[in-house]
Design a protein around this ligand. Structure first.
Ligand code: CAA
Ligand code: NAD
Length: 302
C-alpha cells in the first residue's frame, strides 16, 4: 500500500530518470508507478495515437489510486494526480527518449527478434550509465541481453497485471549482471513501493512457472468437460482463496499472451507435458477473442 510519508530521496540519486518502452497494458502501469514513486518518466510508443491511449489509461488508473489514497481529501487527491502527471511525458522516438535515462524498462510485444532490434538500437543511443531491464513474461533475459554490450547492467524486472495494484516485482539475475546493478534494481523496486523477490533466469521465473501450467491445467479440465468454467473458477476462489479463478484469470491476462508463453516453452521443452498448448486457447486467439481486452474470451464482457 502506498504511504505518503515514504522517502525515496536516497534511491532517486541512483535512478531518477526512467524510460518505459511500450505503453500497453504493462508499460502504462509501469510508467505510472515509477512516476508515483518520484521518477521523471518518459513513456515510448510507436505512434502518437497509441501514446494518447496509454496516457488516457494512466489518467484513469491514477484516479483510482488517488481515490484510495486520499479518500476524504479531494485537494490532496488532485495534488497527487497533478504532481504524478507532471513527471510523465510521452515520446515516439526511443533513441531520443533514452539520452538521459538512468533506467530503461522494456514492455513491448513478447517477441525475441522485436526485442533484439529495440535493445540493439537502445544500446547505441543510451549513455554508458543506463541500466536496461525487460518485463518479459516468458523469454530468457540472458537471450534478450545477448545483443547488448552492457550485460553487466541488464536484468529482468517483471511486474504483474494490474501493475498499480499488484505488489510484487520479480528481479531476475543473469550471471553477467553486476552486484551494483542488482542493488540498484532492488532500491528502485522499493522506491516504487513494490515487494521484490529475486530469482534466476529460468522459464517463467517464479510466478509464471507456477501460474501458467496451473491455468493450462484448468483449461484442459474444462476442455475435457470435467467441470464448467464457472464451477472451476468458483472452486478455486472459494476452495483455495484465489482472488480470481483460473479461467477468469486467463481472460484477464489475455490469450495472445498465455498462448505465446506456452507455445514458446513447448518448442523449447517439447517433453514437458505441463507446457502443452491448449486447443481452445489457440482457437480463441485465431478468432481474436483475446479475453477482457477484446470484450470476449472464455467469457463475454460488456
Ligand atoms: N489501476 C489502479 N487501481 C486498480 C486497477 C488498476 N489497473 N485495477 C483495479 N484497481 C483497484 C480498484 O480501483 C479497486 O480499488 P478499491 O479497493 O479502492 O475499490 C481495487 O483495485 C480492487 O478492484 P476491483 O474492486 O475492481 O476488483 P477486485 O477486488 O476483484 O480486484 C484484482 C481486482 C486486483 C485484479 C484482483 O481480482 C486480483 O488480484 N486478481 C488476480 C490478478 C493476478 O493474478 N495478476 C497476475 C496475472 S499474471 C501476470 O501479470 C504475469 C504475467 O507475466 C502474465
Ligand atoms: P501490450 O500488447 O498491451 O503492449 C505492448 C505495447 O508495446 C503496444 O502498445 C505496442 O504498440 C508497443 N510496442 C511494440 N513495439 C514497440 C516498440 N518497438 N517501441 C515502442 N512501443 C512498442 O502488451 P503487454 O501485455 O503490456 O506486454 C508487454 C510485455 O510485458 C511483454 O513482454 C509481456 O510478456 C510482458 N508482461 C505481460 C503481462 C500481462 O499480464 N499481459 C504481465 C507481465 C509481463
Amino acid at each position: 500500500v502506498l504511504k505518503r510519508s515514504f522517502s525515496t530521496s536516497s534511491v532517486r540519486q541512483v535512478i531518477k530518470n526512467v524510460t518505459v518502452i511500450g505503453g500497453g497494458l504493462m508499460g502504462s502501469g509501469i510508467a505510472q508507478v515509477a512516476a508515483q514513486g518520484g521518477n521523471n518518466v518518459t513513456l515510448v510508443e510507436v505512434n502518437s495515437e497509441l501514446l494518447k491511449k496509454a496516457e488516457a489509461s494512466i489518467t484513469n488508473n491514477l484516479g483510482r489510486v488517488a481515490k484510495k489514497l486520499y479518500k476524504d481529501d479531494p485537494n490532496g487527491a488532485k495534488k497527487f494526480v497533478d504532481e504524478t502527471q507532471s513527471r510523465l511525458k510521452g515520446s515516439t522516438n526511443p533513441s531520443d527518449a533514452v539520452k538521459d535515462s538512468d533506467l530503461v524498462v522494456e514492455a513491448i510485444v513478447e517477441n525475441m527478434s522485436v526485442k533484439h532490434k529495440l535493445f540493439k538500437a537502445l544500446d547505441e543511443a543510451a549513455p554508458p550509465k543506463t541500466l536496461f531491464a525487460s518485463n518479459t513474461s516468458s523469454l530468457s533475459i540472458g537471450e534478450i541481453a545477448a545483443v547488448v554490450n552492457r550485460k553487466d547492467k541488464f536484468g529482468g524486472l517483471h511486474f504483474f497485471n494490474p501493475v498499480p495494484v499488484m505488489k510484487l516485482l520479480e528481479i531476475v539475475r543473469i550471471p553477467e549482471q553486476s552486484e551494483e546493478t542488482y542493488q540498484a534494481f532492488v532500491a528502485w523496486g522499493k522506491a516504487i513501493r513494490k515487494t521484490c523477490v529475486t530469482c534466476k533466469d529460468t522459464p517463467g521465473f517464479i510466478v509464471n512457472r507456477l501460474l501458467v501450467p496451473y491455468i493450462a491445467e484448468a483449461i484442459r479440465m474444462m476442455e475435457r468437460g470435467d467441470a464448467s468454467p464457472r464451477d472451476i473458477d468458483i472452486a478455486m476462489k472459494l476452495g483455495a482463496g484465489y482472488p480470481m479463478g483460473p479461467i477468469e484469470l486467463a481472460d484477464y491476462v489475455g490469450h495472445d499472451t498465455t498462448a505465446s508463453i506456452i507455445q514458446g516453452w513447448h518448442e523449447k521443452f517439447p517433453d514437458n507435458p505441463l507446457f502443452n498448448p491448449c486447443e481452445s486457447t489457440k482457437r480463441l486467439v485465431q478468432e481474436k477473442k483475446l479475453g477482457v481486452k477484446t470484450g470476449e474470451g472464455y467469457y463475454k464482457y460488456n
